[in-house]
Design a protein around this ligand. Sequence first.
Ligand SMILES: [Zn+2]
Length: 326
Amino acid sequence: MVTNLQLIDELFLHARKKAFKEPYKCLFKECNANSIKSHLLQKNGVLSSIAVKKHVVTMYYPDFTKVDEDKIEFKKTGINNAMTYPLFCSTHDTDLFSSIEKDKIDYNDYKSQLLFSYRGLCSEIRKKQRNVRIYERLLDSPRMNILSPMHYTAILLQQISGFKQGISDMLRYKRLMENEIGGDKVQNFTFFYYKYPYIGICASAIFSPVDIITSAKATQLEPLNNVLINIIPDKSSIHIVIGYHKKYNDTWIVDYAKSWNDLSALQLQYMLTDLIAARIETWCLSPDVYEKISSKNLKQFKKYWSENVQNLSPSQRINFNLFAEV
Ligand SMILES: [Zn+2]
């Protein structure tokens, strides 16, 4: 017998599939062209440096109704598809990022730091927009009405409103960044750059560390404080670019950005574990790294992730090291 929960998961997967097939407009300014499949980080040079047989490992979670650690999957994904989203039209995808898609990238250069962060921000906006479409499709599904409709309608509406609030927040950051990309001399962001020996991981994302949203922020007079973070590997190093808005930050964010400085190998492993277990979702691993993760650590990761998926608190602490050598 199919239970209500199973049916909702099935409807969710169906809505997700449909939403993923929809066309989305280019995110750059008011460009009206359709977006292509944009790589969040360059395929040749970044993804290829951690890939094994042109594959990397990404995390996938298939269900909607409950977060079950046993269902979290780590999947090998071809580098043609890994870390791709419908972000920009072909012209903007090529032209905007040409300076950070060369062989030699100056990670200390403000404009490069801004471009990496801009693309990470756009991917978060697009993911939220796509989530809105998934949930709207679920709401519209006639089969949803068979189920306890009041309960799920309320949950879906609440989720949609949360996504939309996040989107409008990030659109403000997007406009500021686009003004700077367009030649505005004001530098609205502060970035830090750190370089460490190679680890097979990459990431590019934005997150808001919030315990309690203050009333001014809750009514959207001001955008939330956000951290912009990029982990960019090449064959010999990982380059970490981390930043925040000069006005919209707090002590935790400033301390966090500085805390990536001068880490031992072990400290770096803990920081990276904390990042992908507790803070962001857009990352991938080298199959070489994934295969070395002990089953105990992998289980701890899945347990932590499933229990804290909604937890944005800056004070949360992980107590394991995913990358520990065994
Ligand atoms: Zn465009």
